[in-house]
Design a protein. Sequence first.
Length: 184
Amino acid sequence: MSKTVVLYKTRYGSSKKYAEWIAEELHGDLFDIEDVDPERLKDYDCIVFGGSLYATGISGLSTIKENFKSFENKKVIIFSVGASPARSEVIEDIKAKNFSPEIVEKIEFFHLRGGFDFKRLRLVDKILMILLKSKLKGKKRRGEELSDDERGMLAAYSTAVDFTSRKAIEPILESISKFTHGNA
Ligand SMILES: Cc1cc2nc3c(=O)[nH]c(=O)nc-3n(C[C@H](O)[C@H](O)[C@H](O)COP(=O)(O)O)c2cc1C
């Protein structure tokens, strides 16, 4: 039987929540990517990794990239978790900024929506988000059109949002199910 491991890297919990849901559905093992010995990943047929997006970069991805050669013949699924909706241009942008064409070809990639609560942010993140807010406000003042995502982002500073949904993991579960049945 195929063995699956679900790895995650989170700052505020959304990526961990998705990883827990996936591991629960699959009865797979679950680890924070910081705590796993890469040698142990050899024992699995399917590796799922989810990391949160910060300034378009997927957290924790360097560990996956460093060990990617040893994942030959394994199914590798990577998902990002961010405030942006999972539109195709958002997904293409995340892929282009985080993966080489060689890696893109070998993985299956998904983007899941997380949440945003300005009040809970660490100081460094608060400062970065304040800078982004003043950039967006400057755009508005100059009469430049804000995109729907930018307007949504501005609104989220005053009201916390949580887009996490168990339903969003279904395409990932389907993909793993196809793989495990193919290997049964
Ligand atoms: C400083 C900062 C930068 C962020 N950059 C992005 C981004 O580039 N794209 C995106 O979709 N979300 C971005 N977000 C939103 C986070 O990805 C979102 O809150 C996510 O749910 C965090 O996941 P976590 O709870 O697993 O850490 C950013 C949030 C902060 C605080």
